[in-house]
Design a protein around this ligand. Structure first.
Ligand code: FMN
Length: 355
């Protein structure tokens, strides 16, 4: 069942940022956990290793509402080292997919639709907007402190390419982002290597040399603070194996998957999201669950095969307790839901009740 979403797709990003969250996140009753938190997530005790990944929690108010509502891991939406604008409205649109979004279908393109119905899949396209660090650092610091016993807030960030394409400056920007997030007191950092909504054809997570270089540089900066890398679905198993061989011992966790990119058109053939570079946008929700589950299993197998220890965060299409269990069985140390949680702010409480 879909409830009123805590991010209102009918309103602009700015209005959501300024006036949200909405729905049951508006004035949530504080969920009371029973007993002691028993799960470990990268050195932090949590009641249930379940949360909301980078994206729907736009700022501290959203993070606090998620924590109050029983999500024990809350990721603050990806920030940058300087202010950055949001893509034009709309930023969230439902897509017409009944079953799985296969890779063949994703390559062909898909159709948007007007209604949000279960089982829900959407496309989202924000372009990773950010406020200046002086705004988000203070806000994130407060959100980090708000986490109660058995809860943890993760700070997500990414680097910004400068116009001249200088690679050293790009790497340095990731390192600065990591330092600024660490300064807020965040106990876990996540670097986004997989944003499909920036108009770049190639995702950074597929450039294994860069992933390694940037991960090493970030770890040199943040020391023992755990670092998660957020990656997309890898089609090529040999490439995934190389990624894990090259970076699996440098980083502390891998979050997979981000959205799957596809050209999204209206029924009449028009581009669904307005503006240049926005024909292809990221699809998420139930139609990508197969891909998140499959990646979780492949990451677990590679971790075992290569004798590594990184934590696996399973993401994609989670909308109930059954999905949580499937991800857990596939090898996820933590499970997260973006689309499912947006349209069901009670999701964590429901999963806790059903397990
Ligand atoms: C509204 C929205 C905004 C998102 N923004 C980000 C982001 O800023 N950084 C990021 O790493 N992933 C972002 N994502 C991707 C999610 O973290 C997640 O990987 C993806 O949506 C798949 O999960 P789902 O099927 O539960 O939605 C966003 C997703 C949504 C729905």
């Amino acid at each position: 069942m879909l409830r009123d979403p805590f991010y209102d797709p009918g309103k602009s990003y700015e209005e959501n940022y300024g006036k949200g969250p909405f729905g049951a996140f508006r004035n949530p009753e504080k969920y009371q956990n029973k007993g002691e938190p028993e799960y470990d997530f990268l050195g932090n005790k949590v009641y249930l290793p379940f949360g909301i990944p980078a994206g729907p929690l736009l700022n501290g108010r959203f993070v606090k509402a998620a924590l109050d509502s029983g999500f024990d891991i809350a990721v603050y939406k990806t920030v940058r080292t300087g202010a950055y604008p949001c893509n034009a409205f709309p930023n969230v649109v439902a897509v017409d997919l009944d079953g799985d979004l296969t890779l063949e279908q994703a390559k062909k393109g898909i159709i948007s639709k007007g209604d949000y119905e279960a089982p829900l899949s959407i496309t989202n396209s924000f372009g990773v907007p950010s406020t200046d660090p002086e705004i988000w650092q203070k806000d994130l610091e407060e959100a980090v402190k708000y986490a109660g016993a058995g809860q943890v807030v993760v700070g997500s960030f990414q680097g910004t390419k400068k116009g001249d394409g200088n690679v050293n400056a790009f790497v340095a920007d990731f390192v600065l982002g990591a330092r600024l997030v660490k300064e807020t007191g965040a106990k876990i950092l996540e670097v986004n290597f997989s944003c499909p909504n920036e108009g770049t054809a190639h995702l950074m997570c597929f450039d294994i040399g860069m992933v390694r270089r940037v991960s090493e540089a970030i770890k040199n900066e943040i020391g023992n603070t755990p670092l998660i890398i957020k990656i997309a679905y890898y089609e090529d198993q040999e490439a995934l194996k190389k990624l894990i061989s090259d970076v699996g011992s440098i980083i502390d966790g891998i979050s997979a998957i981000n959205t799957i990119g596809s050209a999204v058109r209206k029924k009449n053939g028009e581009q669904a999201l307005p503006g240049e570079g926005r024909l292809v946008s990221g699809v998420c929700g139930q139609a990508i669950k197969w891909a998140g589950l499959e990646m979780t299993g492949r990451l677990r197998n590679l971790r075992d095969e290569l004798g590594m220890k990184f934590a696996i965060v399973g993401v994609g299409g989670v909308s109930g307790a059954e999905d949580f269990k499937k991800y857990h069985e596939a090898g996820a140390d933590a499970v997260m839901s973006a689309t499912g949680a947006m349209w069901n702010p009670m999701l964590a409480q429901e999963i806790k009740k059903e397990l």
